[in-house]
Design a protein around this ligand. Structure first.
Ligand SMILES: [Zn+2]
Length: 591
């Protein structure tokens, strides 16, 4: 169906291959021209000169954004197409060249800001204030160009390979499980999605088989984790970070106190997860929920199907109830065919929204099968698109990239608006119940599971800092303690789950320590915002628009201030839980 296929032609002058590669060549040449104008000269620039440089950098980003997006999106839409492949490699190679040409800018700008920090607050650079603040904050932790090169090459044969070993080893194992009442041997690729499988006996046997396989190779996983995490500690001391959390705080543009308060608030509310999971057990007809049931589907009667048109109408009307402008932009996304919803072979799995700053719009990819989940995904990605419509109308490219903590503001808020609309339109309690279960399932899973990972990581670093090296038994004990601090032993468990830490790929990702907490931040931040919306009604709408329109021109803390809150204080995060409790109460009322 053509209306479900996106039209990417707006992104380029012509979709003819020769013309696209010529545009890429122009982008590379422009980056070289920019570099030859500024390389080695940034230290001599005054505030006006810096402003001129950042403006021409922004203009260059705007000019060439479309063609790089065209290549990336054509490939995502059809990874098997030879032309798409050719353009994708041409784009990657052009971007690498541009990156090499432009790498001097962060280094030189960092040095200038270190020498003249007052530049950040120069009135002529008002538009770039927070961008420069972030550069200044990172500058002390950058090493010399030669040292950075040495680090890159030792990582290539060190932590990057440890990380690869964990995933390739685990995916090369096979597992004996019981599925549909029969014994089967399955590869990790087949078994990995077991947590959401409807067959309970299979979920349990898969969990057990994976746990046993992890335990059989515990030496390998322990060594991999110790190498990657120890390397992080050494890099932190080399780069002058005070704690293993610090580098992630910089990337996520938040303060340590805020994250500690957030985590303490989650711990203080762990009774909410217990209450919901007890309720989920009841809905599944169980005495007690097991760890392998957390993501299991609740039998929800009929899960009705939605056509593309019905989904469009639902999302548009959900957004209209908040702000008519959101509905107009959503409708425009459909009318201009900026959404690819068709299910096709060769199309990238999952869903994403790609912002097109220069075009003041966005593109969405999803595989729409007409389930409730697909409508939710559409509302989620549309929230990202609305965020993009607002940022591109109010900011320059330098202020476009919101940190992970706030990047999900529009999208999760959009999901809540859709849920509200679905509750309004539901024909019976059964349908209302399943909308609320969907909301609570996701909230409880993200907030509880990510907290466990955070506490585990924190306590393992505590062991390293005492000069000890944790063995497999210690890692498993710390994992179990982190789990108990959230679930309080309320769920059915088994010995094999103690090795869960070895299964989670994020624990082994090279250079990405404390990677997960932005998910909790985003979830609770948006629940708190939604709570404010329910309290303030229409008066909240312009403030939400202002928040989204700020992009990365303000930090998360400043965005909180915009809403009249101090995100370093527990009261703000409490609001997120008040909203979650409200959804739970609505669900209980329907039982
Ligand atoms: Zn998202």
């Amino acid at each position: 169906m053509e209306e479900m296929r996106w039209d990417l032609s707006e992104l380029v002058r012509s979709t003819e291959t020769g013309s696209v590669t010529a545009e890429l060549d122009r982008a590379v040449a422009d980056a070289e021209r920019f570099a030859s104008g500024y390389r080695g000269r940034i230290a001599t620039l005054g505030p006006e000169g810096i402003k001129g440089m950042l403006e021409s950098y922004d203009a260059m980003q705007d000019e060439h954004e479309g063609v790089t997006m065209y290549c990336a999106l054509s490939f995502a839409a059809n990874t098997a197409d030879p032309t798409a492949n050719q353009l994708y490699s041409a784009m990657v190679s052009a971007r690498t060249k541009m990156g090499q040409s432009l790498a001097f800018m962060d280094v030189e700008l960092g040095q200038l800001l270190k020498a003249r920090p007052e530049t950040v607050h120069d009135p002529s650079l008002k538009l770039y204030r927070h961008y420069l603040e972030r550069q200044l904050r990172s500058a002390p932790h950058l090493l010399s160009e030669a040292e950075e090169k040495v680090i890159m090459s030792k990582d290539k044969n060190g932590i990057v390979n440890w990380s690869k070993l964990q995933s390739t080893w685990l995916s090369s194992r096979s597992f004996k499980v019981t599925k549909g009442g029969e014994e089967r041997t399955m590869a990790y690729g087949e078994i990995a999605s077991f947590p959401s499988d409807p067959d309970r006996q299979y979920r349990r046997s898969a969990y057990q088989a994976i746990g046993a396989a992890l335990a059989a190779d515990e030496l390998l996983y322990t060594e991999a984790l110790r190498s990657i995490w120890n390397d992080h500690l050494e890099m932190c001391s080399l780069r002058g970070y005070g704690s293993p959390l610090d580098s992630s705080l910089l990337v996520n543009d938040v303060e340590e106190g805020t994250i500690k308060t957030l985590m303490a608030t989650v711990r203080a509310h762990s009774d909410l997860f217990i209450e919901f999971y007890r309720l989920k057990a009841k809905l599944m007809g169980l005495d007690r929920l097991a760890l392998w049931d957390i993501l299991a589907p609740v039998p929800r009667g009929e899960d009705r199907n939605y056509t593309w048109q019905e989904s469009r109408a639902l999302v548009v009307s959900a957004y209209r109830s908040f702000d008519p402008q959101w509905a107009t932009w959503t409708d425009e996304m459909f009318a201009r065919r900026h959404i690819d919803g068709e299910v096709r072979k060769g199309k990238r799995a999952g869903a994403f929204c790609s912002d097109w700053m220069a075009g003041r719009t966005a593109y969405i990819l999803q595989s729409f099968n007409g389930r409730r989940n697909d409508v939710s995904t559409q509302a989620h990605e549309m929230g990202h698109a609305i965020h993009s419509y607002l940022v591109s109308r109010n900011q320059t490219p330098a202020n476009a990239l919101a940190s992970y903590c706030v990047a999900e503001c529009g999208s999760i808020f959009g999901e809540l608006l859709l849920a509200e609309e679905m509750l309004r339109q539901a024909k019976d309690d059964e349908e209302r119940r399943s909308v609320l279960i969907g909301l609570m399932d996701m909230f409880c899973y993200i907030v509880s599971m990510v907290s466990i990972r955070y506490h585990f990581e924190e306590s393992v670093y505590g062991v390293f800092e005492k000069g000890e090296s944790p063995d497999a038994a210690t890692l498993s004990r710390l994992w179990t303690e982190a789990k108990d601090s959230i679930y309080h032993g309320d769920m059915e468990d088994m010995a094999e789950t103690r090795m869960d830490w070895a299964r989670i790929p994020h624990h082994f990702m090279a250079g990405l320590r404390f990677y997960n907490y932005p998910y909790i931040f985003a979830q609770l931040f948006v629940f708190a915002l939604y709570r404010l919306y329910k309290e303030q009604g229409k008066a909240f709408v312009p403030r939400m628009n202002q928040l989204l329109a700020a992009g990365s021109s303000l930090s998360a803390a400043e965005l909180g201030q915009l809403m009249g809150f101090d995100i370093a204080k527990a009261d703000f995060w409490e609001k997120g839980f008040v909203q979650a409790e409200e959804f739970l109460a609505q669900l209980k009322a329907l039982l």
